[in-house]
Structure formats: structure tokens, C-alpha cells
Design a binder for this molecule. Structure first.
Ligand code: ATP
Length: 435
């Protein structure tokens, strides 16, 4: 399994992920995605959207604002209880989450794990970022950056149901940023303070909620496999009764075996009709749905699927990393599934003199693939770079290409090279990506 440090360094070197505000010394819990990273995230989001929205008749999408009416977060329970217990060190002033403090024998209980200083009593710390809307910064203008994307799906349930003309059961999906002022952001992009979620709320009748819950658990688990994650590093963890929120009827996490242990990627939960009921009570607006077939009015139950884009990206990065011994030299390869590779095809002229025809070929590739023209450095260095970016195919244009009208296609995984005529190379690659 890849060491986290090795991965972090590759991610920086190859433009996947940088520390946010690096030139100012960084800001803890925030990350910037570089040219390769942004493409990887886009592929992950595209795959999710395709499976969850595009290829279905019973799920529609929305894109709601990050800042919502503050009463949204009163209704959802976040203002009252979206908090973690924290302790502060009286000496070094560091802050820790009380529930994941190791009870260190060395320092004894109540002693800081960093400096051994005395700790304060645990206090609860709300994880929502506050801001102010408008010109005055008084308590009446407080608003919150959303800590999850789903609440606006609930508050817009009626509008979306009416305009989409969907009948229950149906779902509403959204991809967007979420913010949590995590006390101890850690493990690279696994726990950060700004991240992206892909959430879907599926509205159904209570009688069918169990069935739909099972259905979505399975669908979501299969999605992780469909993006190429090794099944042996994936597992489902149904929550114990005492882990469930009081209203929840069931919850299962999809976990991935990260270098730091089995970790939650996604939660799938049967939330009964808690969310719509809460918003109905807080807003006074009716959230009942009239089912023509059943001749019954009810507040729909919800099955929620909630996955982090960044956590998925981290799992994909860990999963793709491999080191190989090639004739005594180490080759590092990011073996991404072809559907996720940031660069699908790279066109490499063997020499700068071949720029023009290689560039022309690459322009053709661009119409069909995420392609890149790369002429910097020796061919060996370029192959190594594309192995680390995870480019499945490198197309090399050499001096012979001028006369035999063919190029060399190098396969990332096998390193095999095939000579393919230029007028067939597009079809050849298209076929590879369709598989
Ligand atoms: P955890 O227990 O790890 O804090 P959670 O159970 O609070 O996570 P949820 O509220 O269920 O997480 O959020 C749904 C998904 O959003 C998570 O499965 C995860 O993929 C993602 N997520 C939540 N918090 C973070 C974070 N701080 N950084 C990155 N992704 C996150």
C-alpha cells in the first residue's frame, strides 16, 4: 500500500493537488487541485452524474446556493447540534477533538498529546462556518456556509417535484461544495474544511423505504467498482443500532482501505420522513405529497446517498498507485481506470523538428479525447511523466512517421508498443476507450 507521504509528493509533482496558499505557508484543511487533479475530479463527478441522473428516468439534478436562509440550519438541527467535543491545551493552545484523543499513558489523562500541558474540559464546537450577509455584521445578518449540500434539496422538494412532473418514488441529485470547520483536518484531502459532495435524496413511500434503501446501497457500492476501485479494498459497513440518528431506520457506509485504515467514502441512509417534516414545521409550508395511485397524502420518506468527491479522488489515487521494477529501475504508474484518466492520450513528437505534424495529429485527438501535446524533455522522461499522470496511451510521432505514415502507440500498463497507421489510430484508440 502506498505511503501517504509518497502519494502527497507525487500529487504535487504531477499537478494533482497542491497545498492551498502555499506561498503564504499554507492554510490548514484547504487544498487546491492542479491541472491533473481538476480533470480527475471532473471524471469522477461526470461518472456519478451519468449513473445517478443522465442514465435514469427517476432522478433529476439541481444546483443550489451555498448560502441558504439560516432557518434551514435550524430546521436541519445543525445550529443546535452539528458539533464535535473539543479540548484546548492551556500551554501550547493547540485544539483537539475530544472523541479521538488517544489516552496517552505517557502524559496521563487530561494532558496534551503534543506538549504534555494541561487540557481544558471538553466543550462543544459547532462545525459550521459563519459569515454575514449584507452590509451590517450584527447577529441578525449571520448566515452559514452549508455543511452539506442536501438541505436545499429538501427545501426545494415541492418546486422540483412540480416542474419535473415526477411522481414519488423519485430522486433529486446535486454536486457541490460543502464546508466544515473541522477541528483536526488530516490525512491529506480525506478530512478537509472545504470539500465537494455528491448527494442524492430519493423520495418514496414509507412502505417502500426498506426496499429502496437496499437498492441504493447496492447501486452505490457497484459504482465504486465501476470506476475501477479494487473490490478487495472496498467494504460495506452497516451501522450498529446505537450509531444511528434517532430518526434513521438504517445506514450503511461504503468504506475503502486507505493507508491509514478502513475509512468512510459514502453514507447511504434511510432517514424516514424526518427532513421534510422538520422543514414543514419550521417554515409552515406543507410538504405533503398526494399519491394518485395510492389515493393517499403523506410526507415522503428519504433514502440519502452522500459521497465526497475529494475522498473518492483520494481512494482512486491510492488505488491507482503502483511501483514496478523495470530492469532494475523503479517505474511509478498511476493505473487509473481509462474512464478516469486526467489525460487519455498524449501525443509526443520524438524531436522538436516534428512539432508540426505531431501537433496536427494532437488537434485531431482533442476532438475525441482529453489529449495533450508534450514535447518537453527526452522521450523516456515524457513516458515517465505520463505514467505518473496515469495517461493510458502515448502516441509517439517519429522520423519514420514521415515516410511510413504510422505512429507508435505505447500502452501504459504493459509498456507494449504498437505501430499503427495514422489514419487508423483514432479508431484504434476509440475502441480501447469503449471497452
Ligand atoms: P466523518 O465521520 O468522516 O466526519 P461524516 O459521517 O460526518 O464523516 P457525512 O456527514 O455523512 O460525513 O458526509 C457525507 C460524505 O461527505 C462523507 O462520506 C465524506 O465522503 C464527505 N465528507 C464529510 N466530511 C468531509 C470532510 N471534512 N472532508 C472531506 N470529505 C468529507
Amino acid at each position: 500500500m502506498v505511503e501517504m507521504e509518497t502519494l502527497v509528493s507525487l500529487c504535487k509533482r504531477r499537478g494533482f493537488i497542491f497545498q492551498s496558499s502555499e506561498i503564504y505557508g499554507g492554510i490548514n484543511g484547504f487544498w487546491d487541485f492542479g491541472p491533473a487533479g481538476v480533470e480527475l475530479k471532473r471524471r469522477i463527478k461526470d461518472s456519478w452524474w451519468r449513473q445517478m441522473v443522465q442514465q435514469r428516468d427517476d432522478v433529476v439534478g439541481v444546483d443550489t446556493s451555498i448560502i441558504a436562509h439560516p432557518r434551514t440550519w435550524v430546521a436541519s438541527g445543525h445550529v443546535a447540534s452539528f458539533s464535535d467535543p473539543m479540548v484546548d491545551c492551556k500551554e501550547c493552545k493547540k485544539r483537539f477533538r475530544a472523541d479521538d484523543m488517544p489516552v496517552s499513558k505517557k502524559h496521563g489523562e487530561g494532558r496534551c498529546p503534543e506538549c504534555g500541558g494541561e487540557l481544558t474540559e471538553a466543550r462543544s464546537f459547532n462545525l459550521m462556518f459563519e459569515t454575514h450577509v449584507g452590509a451590517t455584521a450584527d447577529s441578525g445578518s449571520i448566515a452559514y456556509l452549508r455543511p452539506e449540500t442536501c438541505q436545499s434539496i429538501f427545501t426545494q422538494f415541492k418546486n422540483v417535484q412540480v416542474v419535473s412532473r415526477k411522481k414519488v418514488p423519485f430522486g433529486i441529485a446535486q454536486i457541490g461544495k460543502a464546508f466544515r470547520n473541522e477541528i483536526t483536518p488530516r490525512n491529506f484531502i480525506f478530512r478537509s474544511r472545504e470539500f465537494e459532495q455528491m448527494e442524492m435524496e430519493f423520495f418514496c413511500h414509507a412502505d417502500e423505504s426498506e426496499k429502496w434503501f437496499e437498492y441504493w446501497v447496492n447501486e452505490r457500492y457497484e459504482w465504486f467498482k465501476s470506476i475501477g476501485i479494487k473490490p478487495e479494498c472496498l467494504r460495506l459497513r452497516p451501522h450498529e443500532q446505537d450509531e444511528l440518528a434517532h430518526y434513521a431506520r438504517g445506514c450503511s457506509d461504503v468504506e475503502y482501505e486507505m493507508p491509514f485504515g478502513w475509512s468512510e467514502m459514502e453514507g447511504i441512509a434511510n432517514r424516514a420522513n424526518y427532513d421534510l417534516t422538520q422543514h414543514m414545521n419550521e417554515s409552515g409550508k406543507d410538504m405533503n405529497y398526494f399519491d394518485d395511485a395510492r389515493k393517499e397524502k403523506f410526507i415522503p420518506c428519504v433514502i440519502e446517498t452522500s459521497v465526497g468527491v475529494d475522498r473518492t479522488a483520494l481512494a482512486v489515487l491510492c488505488d491507482a498507485y503502483r511501483e514496478e521494477d523495470v530492469k532494475g529501475e523503479m517505474r511509478v504508474v498511476m493505473g487509473f481506470d481509462r474512464s478516469l484518466a486526467p489525460v487519455q492520450v498524449a501525443v509526443l513528437p520524438l524531436s522538436g523538428k516534428l512539432r508540426e505534424p505531431a501537433d496536427k495529429l494532437e488537434k485531431e485527438m482533442k476532438k475525441h479525447f482529453y489529449s495533450e501535446y508534450d514535447d518537453a524533455g527526452s522521450i523516456g522522461k515524457r513516458y515517465r511523466r505520463h505514467d505518473e499522470i496515469g495517461t493510458p496511451y502515448c502516441v509517439t510521432y517519429d522520423f519514420e512517421s514521415e515516410t511510413d505514415h504510422a505512429v507508435t502507440v505505447r500502452n501504459r500498463d504493459t509498456m507494449e508498443q504498437e505501430r499503427i497507421s495514422i489514419d487508423k489510430v483514432l479508431d484504434y484508440l476509440r475502441e480501447k476507450f469503449e471497452k
